[in-house]
Each structure stands twice: as structure tokens, then as C-alpha cells.
Design a protein around this ligand. Structure first.
Ligand code: NAP
Ligand code: ZN
Length: 359
């Protein structure tokens, strides 16, 4: 008979888990493997709350394996290293993002694109090499193969820096890959949530003109005055959309729900590029005529490899880019999830794990 989550490994851990598709999280005792030669044990300090955590706890994508401990924007402190680990030592501040393993031999792995490895191991809701389940950062500690651990720059605050580990790399990687970094070009950011607000900041750091495309008029003032966007388009206002038609070189679509692509494609110039990183639970309709007639491109992108994630952290440290956060205690998580579902967060919840995981 399979062992219980609490008994399958020697190290006892406490966290919060969802048990079913109600998505409600509650205290959960489980266990993690002993620190192996190539592993790093990390005491979790902070963990961001990504909309993917919400999709997952509610099984909106249809592949959640309960119980699930979410969390893949982890910042912590190294408490132990295996004997073959030279890159990290006890006391180092480190980050863990969306992936904790891959095959290391396939073509994507050899190109530092472990995130596209067919055998990628996600930080939660995945299987380790020994077929036990992975559990994420809504928990007191985690054991990770050192090759998937990031050096967390000294001048990045551990709380407001945590969201960079997923939201940051998810928008940075496609901007680099699709060539959306030419200074002076015009970037639209659809959806001003966790990913979107970091896309605004990274876009500005690349020297782009940035316009937010949002369903929430109440976010306009902050988008411009606090986040540094140049302009704001309310996507439910036909007059505003019309005025902005054909003005954008690139659009980063971070919207988490089913939405129309036609208006976004209409905002692009000739040769414009629309990159979708949002993951709605149902397919979107793709209008072909405006793509063909405007030689426009639609692409997708999934987080980024470990090497590029380190590059992104160093880039954000250099440009003082952090997330705007609402710091919460663990027992606020169910309210936070309800608010996240309503796009009511400025702009990322981050859990103060160290100070709120009482058993
Ligand atoms: P978030 O903080 O909830 O932001 C999503 C934003 O989308 C909302 O703030 C809202 O912005 C907009 N929105 C929500 N519902 C909408 C609707 N019905 N119509 C139009 N706009 C709507 O979520 P997030 O953490 O940034 O994640 C965004 C999406 O990216 C999620 O689907 C997540 O799973 C996915 N994701 C993908 C990757 C990847 O590697 N590709 C990585 C991380 C996350 P406004 O209020 O401005 O309209
Ligand atoms: Zn995420």
C-alpha cells in the first residue's frame, strides 16, 4: 500500500493544501526526502500567490492531483547542502521557481530550456524522479536539486522579489525570445495583475513605450503614476480601443480568463506580435483574416529556463524591479484566492510563510 504523504519521506513538513476542487486550503502535514548529495534544503521565507496556483487548486485545467500544496515563487534560506553542491552554502538566500527537475539530456535541456523538457518536474502537482509527489512553497521547507535553485540577488527584497520567480521570468523570457525589447517600440500589456504589472516594469526597463490594456478603469491612475506605464486603454470601452487601433508593435497577453483576441490583434501595427502567456481553461478563438492581412504573429511562452531565470533576477536587481505586493499571513490564503479570482489584488499576494505557519 502507498505510504501517506506524512510517512513517505523522513523529513516532516507543515504546509497548507487543497484537498478537492472547492480549492479551499487548510493545514497539511506531509514529508520531504532527505537532502541528497546534489540537493539543497531551504527554509521558506516568502511565497508568492500566482494565478496558476488558483487554477490548480480549483482543478480548472483538469490535471490536479489532490492533495496539492501550491506555491512556485519561493524565496528562502539554505539550511543544508549535499556534498556535491558547491554553488550554495548554509545561510545563502535563494529562490525556487516553477520547476525543480528535468531529464538533463533532451534537446531543450541541452539548450538551457529545461522548462520545455518533456519530463520537466514542476514544483507542485508533479512527480519526483522517485514517483513521489512534489509539493510547493506554501510550506515551511523544501528540498531541491541544486541545479534548479536560483541565487537571489542581495539587493532584491525577499518578499517583493519573490514574484519574479514565476511572474518575472514568464514575461521576461518571451520579450527576449520574440524580440520585443527594441527601445522606443510600443508594448501593450493586456491584464494588469501579477504578470502584467511586472511586464510594465520590465518593458520600461527595456526602453519601451508601454500601454496597459485592462478591464479595470480603477487601475489607471496607479498604472501610470506608480508602475510607470505611459498610457492606459480600457478594453471594454469601444471608443478607447478604436483610438488605439494599429498603434502597438507588441502585446503581452497575461489575461487569465477566456477573452476575445480580435481587439488585441486590432491594436497591433503591421508585423505586430501578440504573445499569450495567460492560461485560460478553454481555447480562445483566433481570427485569421486580421493576422493574414497585417502579417501579424501570435505566439505563446512558458516561464523560462534556469539560466535565463538567473539572468532575469540579475536584470531586475540592476534595474530595481520588484513586485507591488500585499503581504499576507497563511491563514488569509482562502480570502486572497477569492480576491485573486476577481482581479482584486495590487498586484501580487505574497505569503509571509516564516511568520505565519503555526501548527
Ligand atoms: P492575475 O494576477 O489574476 O492577473 C490576471 C489579470 O487578467 C487580471 O488582473 C485582470 O486584469 C485580467 N482579467 C481577469 N479576468 C479577465 C477577464 N474575464 N477578461 C479580461 N481580463 C481579465 O493572474 P497572473 O498571476 O498574472 O496570471 C495570469 C495568467 O497567466 C494565469 O492564467 C496564469 O495561470 C498564467 N501564467 C502563465 C505562465 C506561463 O508560463 N505561461 C506563468 C504564470 C502564470 P485587469 O483587471 O487589468 O483587466
Ligand atoms: Zn506562476
Amino acid at each position: 500500500m502507498a505510504k501517506s504523504p506524512e510517512e513517505e519521506h523522513p523529513q516532516k513538513v507543515f504546509g497548507w493544501a487543497a484537498r478537492d476542487s472547492s480549492g479551499s486550503l487548510s493545514p497539511f502535514h506531509f514529508s520531504r526526502r532527505e537532502n541528497a548529495d546534489g540537493d539543497v534544503t531551504i527554509k521558506v521565507l516568502y511565497c508568492g500567490v500566482c494565478h496558476s496556483d488558483l487554477h490548480s487548486v480549483k482543478n480548472e485545467w483538469g490535471f490536479t492531483n489532490y492533495p496539492i500544496v501550491p506555491g512556485h515563487e519561493i524565496v528562502g534560506v539554505v539550511t543544508k547542502t549535499g556534498k556535491s553542491v558547491t554553488k550554495f552554502k548554509e545561510g545563502d538566500r535563494v529562490g525556487v521557481g516553477v520547476i525543480v527537475g528535468s531529464c538533463n539530456t533532451c534537446e531543450p535541456c541541452q539548450q538551457d530550456l529545461e522548462n520545455y523538457c518533456p519530463k520537466v518536474i514542476f514544483t507542485y502537482n508533479s512527480l519526483n524522479h522517485d514517483y513521489t509527489k512534489t509539493y510547493g512553497g506554501y510550506s515551511g521547507m523544501i528540498v531541491v536539486d541544486h541545479r534548479y535553485v536560483l541565487r537571489f540577488p542581495d539587493n532584491l527584497p525577499p518578499d517583493s522579489g519573490a514574484p519574479l520567480l514565476c511572474a518575472g521570468i514568464t514575461v521576461y523570457s518571451p520579450m527576449k525570445y520574440y524580440g520585443m525589447t527594441e527601445p522606443g517600440k510600443h508594448l501593450g500589456v493586456a491584464g494588469l495583475g501579477g504578470l502584467g504589472h511586472i511586464a510594465v516594469k520590465i518593458g520600461k526597463a527595456f526602453g519601451l513605450k508601454v500601454t496597459v490594456i485592462s478591464t479595470s478603469p480603477a487601475k489607471e491612475e496607479e498604472a501610470i503614476n506608480r508602475l510607470g506605464a505611459d498610457s492606459f486603454v480600457v478594453s471594454t470601452d469601444p471608443a478607447q480601443l478604436k483610438a488605439a487601433m494599429g498603434t502597438m508593435d507588441y502585446i503581452m497577453d497575461t489575461v487569465s480568463a477566456v477573452h476575445a483576441l480580435a481587439p488585441l490583434i486590432g491594436l497591433l501595427k503591421l508585423n505586430g506580435k501578440l504573445v499569450t502567456v495567460g492560461l485560460p481553461n478553454k481555447p480562445l478563438e483566433l481570427p485569421i483574416f486580421p493576422l493574414v492581412l497585417g502579417r501579424k504573429l501570435v505566439g505563446g511562452s512558458d516561464i523560462g529556463g534556469i539560466k535565463e531565470t538567473q539572468e532575469m533576477l540579475d536584470f531586475c536587481a540592476k534595474h530595481n524591479i520588484t513586485s507591488e505586493i500585499e503581504l499576507i499571513k497563511m491563514d488569509y490564503i482562502n480570502t486572497a484566492m477569492e480576491r485573486l479570482a476577481k482581479a482584486d489584488v495590487r498586484y501580487r499576494f505574497v505569503i509571509d510563510v516564516e511568520n505565519s505557519l503555526s501548527q
